[in-house]
Design a protein around this ligand. Structure first.
Ligand code: GUN
Ligand code: FE
Length: 421
């Protein structure tokens, strides 16, 4: 198709966690949805292309949220005095049940998708609910939006109220239906999603592992989030040495690419196992605080070379905007560093990397503007008084700390502009 797109502006991104790559007043060229290059002077071969000139605005990679629950969107900012297992029972399951109602699912998922895209998240790993029909509705809504997502029907066949669990058979049948319907989609694709070990029987995990293998699918779930949860997993699966073994035993832990939310309480032995697998841990800082699960020792994991992405964990986290998660990750790291001089707080390029290229790796080449990367981008407008006075790095930091959807004036996925209606 050979579609060439040329944008002009101040281009900032991260190749790695060390520093920002900064190009003042430059051109970025995307061909067929992929970055071709960044140029101070536009090469002659593109001189006939129409240029979208964003002047003094910032052009950055769009955000990648590696863990959130679309079905918990209405619940954001509520039940925040509870801890995880109590919160699930008192708030979450009741709400997730409602997605069996198609009208409700349509209304809420539309609001969810609008807010997600408004906030600049253009790739996401999403838990829907246990309702097959509700999950199908979410697929259709996100397909129309034109953003990239992995969507999972949530599998549960025990240890949750009857109104929300399914029989093992029903759960697998609905999952396979969605896999068959959406496996060849380009942007919105299925992902195997056992909610977490405690709500899964061995039989369910075994069958989900078989689907993972048969269709070569990615996997997402929760891992070692909360101490009571971990103790519960030990009781339910006495033969498993570690929590992760419950998934690993059934082909659900890094045999295909796997995103595990939280991973807060992990021994060095477990971390070394994770490091040798195709697993990315997802840090969800707001959720760590809100449901008081603990704080992921992110610096330690980064030093060990464990792949990490960021998640809003809506609605354990209360804000969907991923720049909020970046800021909270820094703030938590500062708290951890206060009584531990060895613990170096996170930097702005580090959290920006995690929320763009770090998580983006899960989707292939996205989250960066290096040559060959999918051109997924946001254009950011800030206050003129700020723009005139401060460096691009300062302006980006300020956007991460204070900015919101009102500052995002354009969004691109694979070189196509996403227009919010
Ligand atoms: N563990 C199992 N289910 C959930 C959930 O919905 N949210 C969070 N944060 N953790 C979970
Ligand atoms: Fe979660």
């Amino acid at each position: 198709m050979n579609e060439t797109l040329v944008l002009k502006g101040n281009i900032i991104f991260t190749k790695n966690t060390d520093k920002f790559e900064i190009y003042n007043n430059a051109f970025i060229v995307s061909i067929d949805g992929k970055v071709k290059g960044i140029y101070k002077e536009l090469p002659k071969e593109y001189s006939n292309c129409k240029i979208r000139n964003y002047g003094n605005k910032l052009i950055i990679p769009s955000f990648v949220d590696l863990h959130l629950h679309a079905s918990q969107f209405l619940q954001c900012g509520m039940g925040m005095t509870k801890q995880l297992l109590e919160w699930l029972n008192d708030y979450t399951f009741d709400l997730e049940k409602e997605f069996q109602n198609e009208e409700f699912a349509k209304e809420v998922y539309t609001k969810f998708a609008d807010k997600l895209v408004d906030s600049g998240t253009l790739r996401a790993c999403i838990f829907a609910s246990s309702s097959t029909k509700g999950t199908e509705i979410l697929f259709e809504i996100l397909k129309k939006k034109g953003i990239g997502a992995y969507i999972g029907k949530v599998n549960m066949d025990r240890n949750a109220p009857n109104f929300i669990i399914e029989s093992t058979e029903e759960s697998i049948k609905g999952t396979e239906y969605l896999i068959k319907k959406y496996k060849n989609e380009k942007l919105v694709k299925p992902i195997i999603t056992p909610r977490f070990a405690p709500t899964s029987t061995d039989e369910l995990l075994e069958k989900l592992g078989e689907l993972t293998k048969e269709y070569s699918l990615p996997v997402q779930s929760h891992l070692s989030e909360n101490i009571n949860e971990i103790n519960w997993v030990k009781e339910l699966f006495p033969d498993s040495k570690y929590y992760l073994d419950v998934y690993d035993k059934y082909y659900l832990f890094g045999h295909t690419k796997t995103a595990m939310a939280h991973g807060i309480h992990l021994s060095d032995e477990e971390l070394n196992i994770i490091k040798g697998k195709n697993v990315i841990l997802v840090h969800c800082p707001d959720s760590n605080i809100n449901v008081r699960s603990g704080i992921m020792p992110l610096r330690k994991y980064l030093n060990m070379g464990i792949p990490i992405g960021l998640g809003s964990d809506i609605a354990g986290g209360h804000k969907i905007a991923l720049n909020e998660a970046m800021v909270r990750a820094i703030q938590l790291s500062k708290l951890l560093s206060i009584n531990n001089p060895e613990y170096k707080p996170l930097t702005i390029p580090e959290v920006f990397y995690l929320g763009t290229k770090g998580g983006g790796n899960f989707f292939g080449k996205t989250g960066s503007f290096e040559e060959g990367y999918l051109f997924d981008a946001l254009v950011i407008e800030d206050d003129k008084l700020i723009a005139d006075r401060y460096s691009l790095e300062d302006r980006l930091e300020r956007f991460l700390y204070l900015g919101d959807d009102r500052n995002i004036i354009a969004r691109y996925v694979e070189g196509k502009e996403i227009k919010q209606i």
